[in-house]
Design a protein around this ligand. Structure first.
Ligand code: ADP
Ligand code: MG
Length: 468
């Protein structure tokens, strides 16, 4: 996929190419065409995934197209004639066409400079930041240039609105960047006030680490028929999902443990992931015999059967869904309290998708991986991808025989270890590749799973990892 293929104006394609971008990031790939078509967007995607361009490129595209229109040429000519007659336009209030709200000054400045970078080829576009801490006279000067694009922190913007220096009646595009952080910082009333001053037919794009809870409520209130874009990635931290690893000695140990865990009183509905379609069928059958209302879901089933199973899951008739990765993508059933990895996924991204089947709509969830000792390395790979440590748990009566003796890995400089974020990719340093491409190359870093250390079981809990 190229930037041209997203439907962007040639001047913007040139600007991003000059900036050294070769392909759009996944969030850009999805958001740009939708935004060009005029739709509202609700986007959750990790830090450093290129969200700024995801909203700024389609906006600049619109400005570039408008600039070429006859009406715009006429207006420019009219203004030039007026200047030639010695008339100076009187400044009353800035009438921006686009507003980007950000939680912090730093972010506002970043967005403004990115806008300048992406918009270098478009002549008549001005972007300015309106921030707390900047002297008022300076801001009045900036506003008097009547910029098309305003990037602002909510508090200071309200001041200018109240003194009549900004008029949002011409606003076409509203962006809330890092909306969850703005709410965390207590900007909700300011945001509501600002939105109330904008036209109802504006295009709204909201970006947030999560679309659950309070931010989700606001998001739905301020958008119309939004396209929801959720890009899973290492920052999809799933903070409301408790993750655990249980080591197992063999298949029979794994099955006994699964049966035990499925009897958890807090379990409402569960998804069990298997590596193969055959396993999905076999395990569903076995669980049914054991008295659970279980059903399999995988790609070899006819669409009709898949739909019936999903209906059953939604209605609560199916309590335990046994599924393969592809079949379970996108399942959104709020009562799924538990996700089990009967087998670990091949790729770390799939782990993120899998555990995301629980903890929906702001609820809590539990994600448990049943892992053979030999698979410790795969757990590490997932931990490196999510930058989160998955605590090892042991249940009385189901202790693995070998946990304490699992081999320890030799620390390699430069690789990410639990408790160390320095080795991780930093925003701005990442290289973008197709999802699924990168992790395949990760070779053996040797050894076992860091969490399988010989501390007593009682210590090997989530809380023992303190600040993580
Ligand atoms: P986010 O808002 O998602 O945290 P940013 O928009 O700040 O991410 O972008 C993170 C970094 O990635 C920036 O340095 C930006 O210049 C760079 N970037 C954005 N899009 C691309 C792309 N398509 N190709 C290469 N680099 C990109
Ligand atoms: Mg950003």
């Amino acid at each position: 996929m190229s930037f041209e293929a997203l439907g962007l104006h040639a001047s913007i394609v040139k600007a991003v190419t000059d900036a050294g971008y070769t392909v759009p990031t996944p969030v850009q790939e999805q958001a740009v065409p939708a935004a060009i078509s005029g739709r509202d967007l609700l986007v959750s995607s990790q830090t450093g995934s290129g969200k700024t361009a995801a909203f700024m490129l389609p906006a600049l595209h619109k400005f570039a197209v408008a600039e070429q229109s006859q009406a715009s040429k006429n207006a420019a000519q009219e203004a030039q004639n007026a200047r030639a007659r010695g008339e100076r336009p009187r400044f009353k209030a800035a009438q921006p066409k686009m507003l980007v709200l950000t939680p912090t000054r730093e972010l506002a400045l970043q967005v403004t400079s990115a806008t300048e970078k992406y918009g270098t080829q478009i002549r008549r576009i001005k972007a300015v930041s309106i921030l707390g801490g900047m002297p008022y006279p300076k801001q009045m000067q900036l506003l008097a240039r009547n910029p098309e694009i305003l990037v602002a922190t909510p508090g200071r913007l309200i001041d200018h609105m109240e003194s009549g220096k900004i008029d949002f009646s011409e606003l076409e595009i509203l962006v809330l960047d890092e909306a969850d952080r703005m709410l965390d910082m207590g900007f909700i009333d300011d945001i509501e006030k600002i939105i109330a001053a904008t036209p109802a037919n504006r295009q709204t794009m909201l970006f947030s680490a999560t679309l659950d809870g309070m931010v989700g409520n606001m998001a739905r209130r301020i958008t119309t028929d939004p396209m929801i874009i959720q890009i899973a990635g290492s920052a999809s931290k799933h903070e409301n999902i408790v993750q655990r690893v249980h080591f197992v000695d063999d298949l029979s140990h794994k099955n006994r443990l699964l049966d035990h865990l499925l009897r958890d009183e807090t379990l409402d509905q569960a998804v069990v992931f298997t590596a193969t379609k055959r396993d999905a069928d076999t395990i569903a059958d076995r669980l049914n015999i054991a008295g659970f209302s279980a059903a399999a879901l995988h790609g070899d089933m006819h669409q009709g059967a898949r739909n019936r199973t999903l209906d059953g899951l939604r209605r609560g008739q199916v309590r335990v869904l046994v599924a393969t990765d592809v079949a379970a993508r996108g399942i959104d059933v709020p009562n799924i309290t538990h996700v089990f990895n009967y087998d670990l996924p091949k790729f770390p991204e799939d782990y993120v998708h899998r555990i995301g089947r629980t903890g929906r709509a702001g609820r809590n969830g539990l994600a448990i991986s049943l892992v053979n000792h030999a698979e410790g390395m795969n757990v590490k790979r997932i931990e490196r991808f999510t930058k989160q440590l998955i605590p090892v748990n042991v249940i009385e009566g189901f202790e693995p025989k070998k946990t304490a003796s699992a081999p320890r890995s030799a620390a390699r400089p430069g690789t990410w270890k639990p408790g160390d974020n320095r080795g991780g990719a930093k925003p701005g340093q990442r290289t973008f590749s197709k999802p699924g491409a990168a992790p395949r190359k990760e070779g053996a870093t040797g050894g076992g799973y860091k969490g399988s250390n010989p501390r007593p079981a009682s210590e090997r809990t989530r809380s023992s990892y303190g600040d993580r």
